[in-house]
Design a protein around this ligand. Structure first.
Ligand code: COA
Ligand code: AMP
Length: 635
């Protein structure tokens, strides 16, 4: 079947299309109603189907004869560890850990927060929750107590699963003090914490509340999978919104399993038994979908890598992993390959490894810049596939469907809409724009299976944030256009979300943290172009009258405050104390102009600007301080 035929069928007869795809899975009760509308008026898939996602990821493969196949490879250059789990071993470990959670009172619908580094126990904890019908919420290990606290209060977990430490390049990061600080700050207190003690750092346990992973499993026996409804939540994953608190993206069980299973073959061209590696982190949506659930539901071998693309130990790390395990497809963020290219520009290191098993490189998380694309193409002479997606959708919205019909790629484009997604480009009034014209990228409702049906305990925010602007459409928050050949070009966010090394952050949220510094009267955080990370945030702050602390001290304190509250991963390394910020006469800060100055782009001051001279002052300051395009290396 051609891509066009598959795509047309998905839109012309969505129920027939998705009924077929759902039929490939081992449901306890096959769904009869494929598409229905819930009490909120949101389209829901497979409403009367019953399944268990852990059963689909593990047990069914053991029952069908894959028990001895490797399910998961743990490769950790930072701890010099390599470990393999067969499907049978992983199922047994997950069943016992589910038993441990059940003993602590976790049942269907209860939340479990998982704050862990890239260790197999993170995946085991996720799958154990799925086994019980409980709802996990994984928090990325690079987040600091402030971010963790917000998630604890919103998800209200019965149990938190964590580890004594994470291991970064040449540095051990104790997690337990961060977790304790977050629980201290939070209003909601979990009943128990299960802590994986790693040999790099031992955590102090609080008697009565905390128990070690080994204690928890020692007294537990394996439990079976609990059937849940297709529409029951599998997980909540928090992501940055435009302002304020992060949004708890809810993923249901049925649509998710069907969509991921379909995607493994249709997008990634991966068959059961193949080795698939998503070089991401379980704390992000890519990790949820393509380190844990997708490859396991498809009966593949997944790689869980605790390391970096560079420095663990060198820029050949990715090629070593691909060669060592026979990886057929790798999925990572462009920033990872920019980091590799920076250290190995001539591409010498891949030559040291046997990469003959590698068929395709997939990239997502941020725009794949044409120079990185060309470098990879030149080096590997095999498909380099840019695909576009979001935490909200859980799987790709636009891609080159390698398992259906590989189409020629175009640099800078994520190729075609994925079957199930009716993608349109709209102008500010909601009118559809013709090919070649840039506008808001929207998806005509209903969204396909796998996409979020709501925001955890805040359906109003789901409606106001995504559906209200253009009735009948989901608004993605990204801008872009279709070319004459129907290729989609995603050009960047239209809101204040920025993308730092493939990590999604909100400048609004960062402004709240910066603004909480006692010396700061007002501030603007802008995302500026960075040659390695894509974008990085820079804070411009005005001090309160009468503040006597030297500007350089406040600047250093603001940087530290963001590290301590949001996390080092925000990469806010530059703060500038400024006399004033550019504003309109009505007092709105002109953030757009600020980042244009920092990026060296032309801009025109709006007629509503209060005092245009401030722009010259700021340009001069950025030049003196080497911000963005004024940096010695050009940013
Ligand atoms: N736990 C604790 N700290 C973490 C962390 C974690 N899981 N992940 C990152 N950090 C810290 C880093 O140690 C660093 O700290 P520092 O400021 O003290 O040096 C800081 O957060 C910034 O991290 P990062 O941007 O990752 O910088 P880096 O120099 O360690 O690595 C790259 C740079 C480009 C190699 C790295 O960002 C990368 O591999 N990016 C790919 C991202 C990705 O896969 N995204 C998922 C979407 S598919
Ligand atoms: P996240 O929810 O963290 O996955 O981030 C989603 C955002 O990352 C999208 O809204 C885009 O802005 C950006 N993004 C992801 N993939 C791509 C891509 N292939 N091209 C351009 N932007 C992308």
């Amino acid at each position: 079947m051609s891509y066009q035929e598959e795509y047309r069928r998905s839109l012309d007869n969505p129920e027939g299309f998705w009924r077929d795809k759902a039929g490939a899975l081992a449901w306890y009760k096959q769904p009869e109603t494929i598409l229905a509308t819930d009490e909120n008026g949101v389209a829901r898939w497979f409403v009367d189907g019953e399944l268990n996602t852990c059963y689909l990821a593990l047990d069914v493969h053991v029952e069908q004869g894959r028990g001895e196949q490797t399910a998961l490879i743990y490769d950790s250059p930072v701890t010099s560890t390599q470990r393999r789990y067969t499907y049978a071993e992983l199922r047994d470990e997950v069943a016992v850990f589910a038993g441990a959670l059940a003993q602590l009172g976790v049942g269907r619908g209860d939340r479990v927060l998982i704050y862990m580094p890239m260790v197999p126990e993170a995946a085991i904890a996720m799958l154990a929750c799925a086994r019980l019908g409980a709802v996990h919420s994984v928090v990325f290990g690079g987040f600091a107590p402030g971010e963790l606290k917000v998630r604890i209060d919103d998800a209200e977990p019965v149990v938190i699963v964590s580890a004594s430490c994470g291991v970064e390049v040449g540095r051990v990061i104790p997690y337990k003090p961060l977790l304790d600080a977050a629980i201290e700050l939070a209003q909601h207190k979990p009943g128990h914490c299960i802590i994986l003690q790693r040999e790099q750092a031992q955590a102090d346990l609080l008697p009565g509340r905390d128990l070690s992973w080994s204690e928890a499993v020692a007294g537990a026996t394996g439990v079976d999978c609990v059937p849940v409804l297709a529409t029951d939540p599998l997980y909540i994953l928090y992501t940055s919104g435009t302002t304020g608190a992060p949004k708890g993206i809810v993923r249901d069980n049925g649509g998710h399993a069907v969509a991921l299973h379909y995607s493994m073959k249709a997008i990634y061209d991966i068959d059961p038994g193949d080795v698939f590696w998503a070089a991401s982190d379980v704390g992000w949506v890519v990790g949820h979908s393509y380190i844990v659930y997708g490859p396991l539901i498809a009966g593949c071998t997944t790689v869980l890598y605790e390391g970096k693309p560079v420095k663990t130990p060198d820029a050949g790390a990715f090629w070593r992993v691909i060669a060592e395990y026979g990886v057929k497809a790798i999925f990572s963020a462009p920033t990872a390959f920019r980091a590799i290219r920076k250290e190995d520009p001539a591409g010498k290191l891949p030559g040291k490894y046997d990469l003959s098993g590698l068929k395709t490189l997939f990239l997502a998380g941020e725009r794949l810049d044409p120079p990185t694309y060309e470098w990879l193409r030149e080096l590997f002479r095999r498909p380099v596939v840019d695909h576009w997606w979001q935490t909200e959708t859980g799987w790709a919205i636009a891609a080159n469907m390698m398992g259906i019909e590989a189409v020629p790629t175009k640099p800078g484009s994520a190729s075609y809409p994925v079957p199930g997604y009716d993608v349109r480009i709209l102008d500010a009034e909601g009118n559809e724009l013709p090919a070649g014209e840039q506008g808001a990228i929207a998806i005509k409702l209903p969204l396909p299976p796998g996409c979020f049906p709501t925001i955890w305990r805040d359906h109003e925010r789901f409606v106001s944030g995504y559906l209200e602007q253009f009735p009948g459409y989901y608004v993605s928050g990204d801008g872009g256009y279709f070319d004459e050949d129907g290729y989609l070009f995603v050009m960047g966010r239209t809101d204040d979300v920025i993308n730092v090394a493939g990590h999604r952050l909100s400048t609004g949220e960062l402004e709240e943290v910066v603004g909480s510094h006692p010396a700061v009267a007002e501030c603007a955080v802008i995302g500026i172009v960075d040659s390695l990370r894509g974008q990085i945030p820079v804070a411009l702050v005005c001090l309160k009258d009468g503040v006597e602390t030297p500007a350089s001290t406040v600047e250093a304190e603001v940087v530290q405050l963001v590290r301590d509250t949001t996390g080092a991963v925000a990469c806010l390394r530059q703060t500038l104390v400024v006399g004033r910020l550019p504003k309109t006469r009505s007092g709105k800060i002109l953030r757009g102009i600020l980042h244009k100055i920092a990026d060296g782009e032309p801009y025109r001051a709006p007629s509503t600007i209060d005092d245009p001279v401030v722009l010259d002052e700021l340009t001069e300051l950025m030049r003196q301080r080497g911000v963005g395009c004024f940096a010695p290396d050009g940013g």
